[in-house]
Design a protein around this ligand. Structure first.
Ligand SMILES: Cc1ncc(COP(=O)(O)O)c(C=O)c1O
Length: 431
């Protein structure tokens, strides 16, 4: 039987969880805090559940320095659910803002009850002429998100502001220069994926062109951070919304976190009525994907897996205990580990080809090909087999692209990364 300690698992998600967290969680699953019931059995409406939820929210806010004008939501449906949720919600917010503008132009006082039909005609014109959502397509996940938007809304509303494949021989691996991006004027959102898990492409930082210039309307920037959250400091205030599935750096599969600016929620802004959206021919999302509904109910609109939130909370507690400088401490280690692995690959450039360009290399998902012999598939098979023999597992690339992918999430120890770097060296040098 293989023991946990013998393995360093580089899988892309679900990912490795710290053993002490799992041990604590195992106990909580059987009997939580001496209550005679496990945490997965306690009501999500209980005080116990509320405490677990609120503690996890507070610890996340502390670790990432989330400003007070943001709300943290725990949702379900994974990253893919958020591909849809961001569209439904951000389009709704765009419509509501546009409605307010039209009312003002018509000289109708705020809060005055008027028939929806009066503004529906004007709004329909605005939707047809102006509604756009922008996507920066830099890898497989942002591509999928943009495809979901086109499916829900119709492709005429989706603007692919950039597509990396156009500058990289039809493949992902680079991020086009910002000045080449074809951004819309006041789109419902600009969406991007901060770290592309399949393709090993990460934005080096927040795009300059998406920063508020303090004059025009603030850009609505939405980011998928499913595979790099908690691994580096992020300028939260530049984003309208950040989302991430828990199953890579935060916890286990089952909960998705949304960090949303409060000004996109009531009382500042309310979702337009379903009847108005129907009149405009725009989709109405499922209630469980409504940020307004989830926020109003402190993430407990329906039954949430409190056990999954608990695991996330334990991971956050352990990060806060380990790093007195919070996410900065973890960031330094993440960079150190990634640099070690990339250095080993670069030192043998005749044997390994890193998939992404140096300017956009992911610290979290290190994707490369093994070209030791002309038969790349055979070389990669040998690489994986050799690695597994010494307990380095989960290195196979995503089925859509092949190759090798070492996912360097927070739970990979420095020793684990060193072991992989040493194996990369020894495999290259072996006969
Ligand atoms: C960056 C990113 N976004 C979204 C997803 C989809 O997440 P889920 O499987 O939770 O729907 C993934 C999954 O790996 C991902 O890596």
């Amino acid at each position: 039987m293989t023991q946990r300690e013998e393995i360093t698992y580089f899988g892309a998600g679900p990912a490795l969880l710290p053993t002490p967290v799992l041990q604590t969680a195992a106990q909580a699953l059987v009997n939580y805090n001496g209550t005679g019931l496990g945490l997965a059995e306690h009501s999500h409406r209980s005080k116990i559940a509320e405490d677990v939820l609120n503690t996890a929210k507070a610890d996340l806010a502390t670790y990432l320095d989330i400003p007070d004008n943001y709300e943290v939501l725990f949702m379900q449906g994974g990253g893919s659910g958020e591909f849809s949720a961001t569209v439904y919600n951000m389009v709704g917010i765009w419509v509501e803002k546009r409605k307010q503008k039209i009312l003002k132009e018509l000289g109708i006082a705020e809060g005055k009850d008027i028939s929806e039909d009066v503004i529906a005609t004007e709004l329909r014109k605005a939707v047809e002429e102006e509604l756009k959502i922008d996507y920066l397509v830099t890898g497989s996940w942002s591509l999928k998100a943009s495809q979901e938007a086109a499916r829900l809304l119709g492709p005429e509303y989706v603007n692919i502001a950039t597509d990396s494949r156009k500058i990289n021989d039809g493949k992902f691996g680079k991020i086009p220069e910002e000045k080449s991006w074809n951004l819309s004027k006041n789109p419902a959102m600009v969406y991007y994926c901060d770290n592309e898990t399949v393709d090993g492409v990460e934005f080096p930082g927040f795009p300059e062109v998406l920063k508020s210039n303090g004059q025009d309307e603030e850009p609505i920037v939405v980011a998928d951070m499913s595979s790099n959250i908690l691994s580096r400091r992020i300028p939260v205030k530049n984003f309208s919304l950040i989302f991430f599935g828990a199953q890579k750096n935060l916890g286990c599969t089952g909960v998705t976190v949304v960090i949303i600016k409060k000004s996109l929620l009531p009382p500042t802004i309310a979702t337009p009525s379903p009847s108005l959206m129907r009149k405009l021919g725009l989709p109405i999302g499922p209630i469980v994907l409504s940020y307004e509904t989830i926020a109003k109910n402190n993430s407990l609109y329906n039954t949430l897996s409190i056990f999954d939130v608990y695991i996330a909370g334990q991971v956050l507690k352990s990060l806060l205990k380990t790093f007195s400088d919070k996410v900065d401490g973890q960031q330094a280690i993440a960079e150190k580990k990634a640099n070690l692995i990339y250095a080993a690959l670069d030192a043998h450039s005749n044997v390994y080809k890193v998939v992404s360009d140096k300017s956009a290399r992911s610290r979290m998902n290190i994707c490369f090909r093994v070209t030791k012999s002309q038969d790349v598939a055979e070389s990669e098979k040998q690489f994986i087999a050799g690695a597994e023999k010494i307990g380095l597992t989960g290195l196979k690339g995503h089925r859509s692209v092949g190759g090798i992918r070492a996912s360097n999430y927070n739970s990979i120890s420095l020793e684990g990364a060193e072991k992989l770097a040493a194996f990369i060296n020894s495999f290259a040098e072996s006969k």
